[in-house]
Design a protein around this ligand. Structure first.
Ligand code: KIV
Ligand code: ZN
Length: 520
């Protein structure tokens, strides 16, 4: 694999998981989840994070503003249609960012202009110039997009792009909004725009490809061949309909095939698996098993012939090293006999940077898990460490849980909670074991928060798989999501609920101990 970056050109990665990705039906994320994703994208080396569409809701405005405050290195971008209200709202939302971008767009294809906008070409041209000039009042970093560019009449597209450049746009995005183009067509389109439009050589051209024909990644790479130097993409390929180009596939294609495509990105690829996992967890969208790069089977070798080849030389059936994307090839590397050193090494290779104390705590829990579970997969360790990070400041802790359930038995839970220094216990019945557990928590720690979501994922396969449970609570408009993993789904459910409660307390009063004393 060629890793020399000297002779290759840098491609900017523009991640739109939090905007176009969130437009996948059913993928809505809470503010807290978006902040978690943004923090990881920033740490991973994403150049631009499209954090939301501020005019679309107060929630989106808040997300863009909060992400702007949080992000350290990436440019934070807000989307806006061509109207001034949209642009002003986006400008306001990105104000706290160290580096903020406004991304303004308007449709340019005949079908969109006629049926969607009900505007003629001249009116669209006027809007292009006016929107970019308006956006420049807020930031020098303005990106303009021609929605449905690949179905736009080429001469008209050239006129729009020229006007956007003259009005002050520094990035010109050429979306394949409906996933219609083909690689060769897209190479030619971007090349034509760069060569024909006055000023085309002074701006960055960007790709934005949807996956309706399964060509989003191929088309994005083709765009780069044609001269684009920014790629818009999403983690796991999330997005409208069949989704957007998948970030992890693009980044790894450029890394593995630098011999064929002399380009590189600034992404720390060892964090790809973790980012995929996080986005899948917070959206509830599972990653398909055979998904390139981050699917569960992407580095699994089942057949005897393949295993035999792999044992002789890994290059027989692997074109990239699993650790380069944050996955260890062997699923059984760590077990109950593994030492602290190997565990620390493993965390580092997965892209985690934890304090000695946090590693110590995670190691203890890892040993407990290794006693209960035969095979430890990377996902188990990720779930365990992520859970450890969430547990950091817990004021309420599940100390004991005994559940009775079955046919002809009224489900009941005997629960012991440590609330600050005090130990509280109760026994409750419910409509099912989970209901009984949640009732017991509410009895021991009364609160008004409403349960909005209860979701269980099996992290790995097998009946001894770890379950990750997510619990979302809402109180006075504040929403928090608690998560916990355990081989026992009911234990994970209790811990996830308590984890959400702890987060709520921290949010409520900033200091857990005081919150604990007033609630009783
Ligand atoms: O697909 C698309 O055209 C878009 C634009 C808003 C850039 O998402
Ligand atoms: Zn899109």
């Amino acid at each position: 694999m060629n890793t020399n970056t000297e002779k290759s050109e840098r491609i900017r990665i523009f991640d739109t998981t939090l905007r176009d990705g969130e437009q996948s039906p059913g993928a809505a994320m809470t503010l807290e989840q978006k902040l978690e994703v943004a923090e990881l994208l920033d740490a991973m080396g994403v150049d631009i994070i499209e954090a939301g569409f501020p005019i679309s809701s107060n929630g989106d405005f808040e997300s863009v503003a909060e992400i702007s405050k949080l992000v350290k290195n990436s440019v934070v971008c807000g989307l806006a249609r061509a109207g001034f209200k949209d642009i002003d709202r986006a400008g306001e939302a990105i104000r706290p960012a160290k580096r903020g971008r406004i991304h303004t767009f308007i449709s340019t294809s005949p079908v969109h202009m006629k049926h969607k906008l009900q505007m003629g070409p001249n009116a669209v041209l006027d809007a292009v110039g006016a929107s970019v000039v308006r956006a420049r009042n807020f930031t020098d970093d303005v990106q303009w997009s021609a929605e449905d560019a690949t179905r736009t009449e080429p001469d008209f597209l050239c006129r729009c792009v020229e006007l956007a450049i003259r009005s002050g746009a520094a990035t010109i995005n050429i979306p394949d909004t409906v996933g219609y183009t083909t690689p060769q067509e897209y190479v030619d389109l971007i090349r034509m725009l760069r060569e024909r439009v006055p000023g085309g050589d002074t701006v960055v051209f960007s790709t934005h490809c949807h996956n309706d024909l399964g060509l989003a990644v191929a088309n994005s790479l083709a765009g780069v061949i044609g001269g684009a130097r920014q790629i818009e993409c999403t983690i796991n390929g999330m997005g409208e309909r069949a989704g957007n180009a998948a970030l992890e596939e693009i980044v790894m294609a450029l890394k593995v095939r630098r011999d064929a495509m002399p380009f590189h990105t600034g992404i720390d690829t060892r964090m790809l698996a973790r980012a995929s996992k996080l986005v899948s967890n917070v959206t509830g969208f599972p990653v398909q098993y055979n998904k390139a790069i981050v699917g569960k089977n992407a580095f699994a070798h089942e057949s005897g012939i393949h295993q035999d080849g792999m044992l002789k030389n890994v290059e027989t059936y692997e074109i990239m090293r699993p650790e380069d994307v944050g996955v260890k090839e062997t699923s059984l590397v760590l077990g109950k006999l593994s030492g602290r050193h190997a565990f620390r090494d493993k965390l580092q290779s997965m892209g985690y940077e934890l304090s000695n104390e946090a590693i110590q705590d995670a190691f203890k829990r890892f040993k407990d898990l290794a006693d209960k579970k035969k095979h430890l997969f990377d996902e188990d360790i990720m779930a365990l460490v992520d859970d450890e990070i969430l547990r950091d400041h817990d004021g309420i802790v599940v100390k004991g849980l005994k559940v009775e359930t079955g046919v002809g038995v009224e489900p009941s839970a005997e629960l012991v909670l440590a609330v600050g220094d005090e130990e509280r216990r109760t026994r409750t019945t419910g409509d099912g074991p989970v209901d009984a557990i949640f009732k017991a928590i509410r009895e021991l720690y009364p609160h008004a928060a409403a349960l909005q979501l209860f979701q269980v994922h099996a992290v790995t396969a097998g009946t001894d798989a770890q379950a990750t449970v997510s619990v979302r609570l809402e109180e006075n408009g504040r929403t928090v999501t608690g998560r916990a993993a355990d081989t026992d789904t009911l234990v994970a459910a209790a811990n996830a609920y308590v984890n959400a409660l702890n987060k709520l307390l921290v949010k409520r009063d900033k200091q857990v101990p005081e919150a604990l004393t007033v609630a009783r």
